[in-house]
Write a protein that binds this ligand. Structure first.
Ligand SMILES: Cc1cc2nc3c(=O)[nH]c(=O)nc-3n(C[C@H](O)[C@H](O)[C@H](O)COP(=O)(O)OP(=O)(O)OC[C@H]3O[C@@H](n4cnc5c(N)ncnc54)[C@H](O)[C@@H]3O)c2cc1C
Length: 396
C-alpha cells in the first residue's frame, strides 16, 4: 500500500501503521463516499438511519476505532490525539453513519469523562461508545439560548431523596430518540446566575418527559421541544457537584464547537466535490468560479488548521483559545459559500427536482440547512462578541 500523501509531521511507524489499518478498515466498511448521500433522508424514531448508526458504531468499536482517546477502563483505546487526527483524515471523504450519535460521542461522553463520578463513568460510557444508548443535550430553553446561564429549568430536592426536575427545553437535537440527556438545570435560584446551576443526567424515558417535534425549514424534524414535569433524578446522576454546572457546561460547549466546526467543514464544505461539479458543468475556465473555489479552499484549510490546534490544546488538557471561535465562524461561512456555489453550478436543478431524485435535492437541502449550522453551538454574533472581548480586549 502506498505511503499516505497527508501524513502528520514526524509521523511514527506505529502511527503510519494505524493510518493504514484505519484506511483498510474504512475501505471495506461499505461506506458512501459522497458528502451528498444521506443528508436529505428523513429521520423518524426507530428509523433505519439510527439502526445503521448504532450498527456502525458497534462495528467501529469491534475494530478498535471507537473512543480513540478515551480510557481503556471505559471501553476506549487510550491512544493519542494524533491518532484521532489520523482517523479523521482517513475518514474525511466518507459519510460516517454514526454522525447521528455525535451529541453523545462528541459532547456528553467527554463531559462525563471530565467531570463525572466513577459510578457515572462505569454506568454510561461503554454503552454510549458501543452505540447502544443515545444521548441528547438539554441546554437551550425558550428564554435561554445565547444567554445559556439564564436557564430556568428547576431542580428541587425531592422529599424521599434525589431531585424533582420541572422545566422546558428546546431545540434538543434527536431528543425523542435519546435514552439519556445531559441537562443544565437551576438548583439554587438565589445564588449568582452561573453559580446556581447544576448538570444532571436525565433518563429520557422517565415518567414526566414529553416531546413536541419541531419541523425545520429543510423539511426534516431533527430536533424537539422537551417538557420536564416532576421528573425524578437520583443524587448519583449529578455530574460533578451541585452548583458546578457551569464548569461542566463549558466542557460540553467546547466539544460542541469542535464537533460543529470539524463536521461542518468536512461534510458541508467539501471543495473537491465542488471542483467536480464545476468540471461537470464545463465552468472551470471561468475566472469568478475559479476564484470562488480558491476562496472556499482557503476557508476549508483555515478550519482544518484551527481544528487540529484545538485538538492539540484539548489533548494537552487545556481549553481551546481563539481557535475555537475562528473555526466556528469560518466553518459557518464555508458551508454557506459552498452551498451557494453548489446551487449555482446545479442551476435550475438545484431548486426543482423529481421526487425520487435525492441527489439533486441535496443542494436545496444544504441551502436551507446552513443557517442552522451558524446558530448551533453558539451563534456567529455571540462568537464575535467573544472575539471582541477576550481576544481584542474590547470593553464588555
Ligand atoms: C441545528 C441546531 C441544533 C441545535 N441542537 C441543540 C441541542 O441539541 N441542545 C440544545 O440545548 N440546544 C441546541 N440548539 C440551540 C442552540 O444552542 C441555540 O439556538 C443557540 O444557542 C441560540 O439561542 P437562541 O436560538 O435562543 O437565540 P437567541 O439567543 O434568542 O438569539 C437570537 C439572535 O440574537 C442574537 N444575539 C443574542 N444575544 C446577543 C448578544 N449578546 N449580542 C449580539 N447578538 C446577540 C443571536 O446571535 C441571534 O441572532 C440547536 C440549534 C440548532 C440551530
Amino acid at each position: 500500500m502506498s505511503v499516505p500523501d497527508h501524513e502528520l509531521p514526524d509521523e511514527s511507524a506505529e502511527e503510519r501503521a494505524f493510518r493504514l489499518r484505519a484506511r483498510a478498515w474504512l475501505q471495506q466498511a461499505g461506506l458512501v463516499r459522497s458528502a451528498a448521500a444521506s443528508s436529505s433522508a428523513e429521520d423518524e424514531p426507530g428509523s433505519a438511519l439510527f439502526v445503521q448508526a448504532r450498527a456502525f458504531q458497534s462495528d467501529l468499536g469491534a475494530a478498535g476505532f471507537a473512543g480513540l482517546t478515551w480510557p481503556i477502563a471505559y471501553g476506549g483505546q487510550e491512544l493519542s490525539d494524533r491518532h484521532t487526527m489520523i482517523f479523521q483524515q482517513e475518514s474525511a471523504h466518507y459519510v460516517l453513519p454514526n454522525e447521528r450519535l455525535n451529541v453523545g460521542l462528541g459532547m456528553c461522553g467527554p463531559t462525563i469523562l471530565a467531570h463525572g463520578s466513577e459510578e457515572l463513568k462505569q454506568r454510561y460510557i461503554r454503552p454510549l461508545l458501543a452505540g447502544r444508548e443515545i444521548w441528547c443535550q438539554l441546554f437551550s430553553e425558550p428564554e435561554a439560548g445565547s444567554d445559556l446561564a439564564a436557564v430556568r429549568t428547576r431542580a428541587r430536592r425531592a422529599p424521599g431523596g434525589g431531585w424533582r426536575v420541572d422545566g422546558h427545553k428546546i431545540w434538543t437535537s434527536y431528543g425523542r430518540f435519546a435514552d439519556y440527556g445531559l441537562a443544565l438545570v437551576r438548583t439554587d435560584p438565589d445564588a449568582p446566575k452561573h453559580a446556581g446551576l447544576t448538570m444532571m443526567v436525565v433518563d429520557m424515558k422517565a415518567p414526566g418527559v414529553r416531546f413536541s417535534q419541531i419541523r425545520q425549514m429543510t423539511g426534516q424534524s431533527r430536533f424537539d421541544e422537551v417538557f420536564l414535569e416532576a421528573v425524578t433524578v437520583p443524587d448519583g446522576s449529578v455530574v460533578a457537584g451541585v452548583g458546578d454546572g457551569w464548569r461542566c457546561a463549558l466542557t460540553t460547549l467546547s466539544g460542541e464547537r469542535l464537533a460543529v466546526a470539524g463536521n461542518t467543514a468536512l461534510r458541508g464544505g467539501d471543495v473537491s466535490q465542488l471542483v467536480a461539479a464545476a468540471t461537470a458543468a464545463g465552468l472551470t475556465a471561468r475566472e469568478t468560479i475559479r476564484h470562488e473555489l480558491a476562496d472556499l479552499w482557503l476557508e476549508q484549510a483555515t478550519v482544518f488548521v484551527m481544528r487540529d490546534r484545538i485538538r492539540q490544546a484539548v489533548a494537552r488538557g487545556g481549553q481551546p483559545g481563539p481557535e475555537g471561535a475562528l473555526a466556528k465562524v469560518i466553518s459557518g461561512r464555508l458551508v454557506r459559500h459552498a452551498a451557494e456555489l453548489g446551487a449555482e453550478l446545479g442551476t435550475a436543478a438545484s431548486v426543482g427536482w423529481m421526487p425520487a431524485d435525492d441527489e439533486q435535492a441535496d443542494w436545496a437541502m444544504r441551502l436551507t440547512a446552513v443557517p442552522g449550522l451558524a446558530i448551533g453551538g453558539g451563534t456567529t454574533e455571540i462568537v464575535k462578541n467573544i472575539i471582541g472581548e477576550r481576544i481584542l480586549g474590547l470593553p464588555r
